[in-house]
Design a binder for this molecule. Structure first.
Ligand SMILES: [Fe+2]
Length: 287
């Protein structure tokens, strides 16, 4: 007979007790990160599966990248609110966050929607410190690379200054590094190894197979992969992109609609040290 049954704790009360016991007994917590949620196919597959993923994997903190959630280009306040209502605690973004003008004002009043911290002068913030479901304060940091990306301040030095200013008691730290090239992402992984719990890349929309824990205890994956329509070229209608490559003429980008997949990373973190214990990819859809 389990301790809970001996104490006569059942049903919802048992679930809540079980959750807190899990934290107290083993001191670990689970962070879910969902890669670039792209247009309505991405939002739909998140709506269909997020609650189940969170329950099945005992997720304490849910983060998603929403920079392409509005038709593939930016995010609106209403779409951000809808994603928060589904269960996300923090939303990160990237270079496309500025595509919808109405998000500028929303970024100023919604601290859980992040834009990359290393934009030199921009509305909103790139860091959020929020309590997870187990009560542990967690930092979420959004940074953007500079290679083949808009000009921004140095993300390496920006990470240094933000981490230096962070309450040392906030040990659980997640970084979404929104960058184009693998080398810049890998370099940032090594640079922050041992200083953050996890660093996962976004922006290229293609999941990489290099999921690992670096020697200092930082969980790492170069790119999480897109959560959106995979019968496409990184989310955009295939015919449109082929036309652009074949003719070099400007084309009107349109989000694809078919082949929805969800790509995520789940990190198990020791909440007392902030070190990652395990990290794994979690995908729904496709093959
Ligand atoms: Fe991007």
């Amino acid at each position: 007979m389990t301790l809970l049954r001996r104490l006569g704790i059942r049903g919802n009360a048992r679930h809540l007790f079980d959750h807190s016991m899990r934290v107290k007994l083993n001191g670990k917590m689970n962070i879910l990160f969902v890669g670039d949620i792209f247009a309505s196919p991405g939002r739909r597959i998140v709506a269909d599966h997020l609650a189940d993923i969170m329950q099945t994997n005992a997720i304490d903190l849910a983060i998603g990248n929403a920079e392409n959630a509005a038709g593939g280009f930016g995010v609106t306040p209403a779409i951000a609110e809808g994603l928060f209502a589904l269960g996300f605690d923090v939303l990160t973004t990237g270079n496309h966050v500025w595509d919808k003008r109405e998000i500028y004002e929303y970024l100023e009043r919604q601290p859980r929607l992040l834009r990359p911290a290393n934009y030199p002068q921009a509305p909103g913030a790139g860091l959020a410190v929020v309590p997870a479901r187990n009560g542990v304060e967690c930092a979420v940091l959004n940074l953007q690379g500079r290679t083949y990306m808009p000009a921004t301040d140095c993300p390496f030095r920006k990470a240094d200054s933000i981490l230096a200013g962070l309450d040392p008691g906030v040990r659980v730290r997640f970084v979404d590094f929104h960058a184009e090239v693998t080398s810049e992402k890998i370099a940032m992984g090594w640079y922050l190894d041992g200083r953050v719990s996890a660093l996962v890349g976004t922006h290229t929309h293609i999941a990489t197979a290099d999921t690992r824990i670096l020697p200092g205890g930082t969980a790492y994956q170069t790119d999480c992969g897109m959560t959106g329509p995979y019968d496409s070229v990184i989310g955009v209608e295939t015919g449109v992109i082929l036309q652009r490559f074949l003719t070099s003429l400007p084309v009107r980008m349109e989000a694809a609609t078919k082949g929805a997949e969800l790509h995520a990373v789940i990190v198990e973190v020791d909440e007392s040290t902030g070190k990652a214990r395990t990290v794994r990819r979690h995908a729904i859809g496709g093959d």
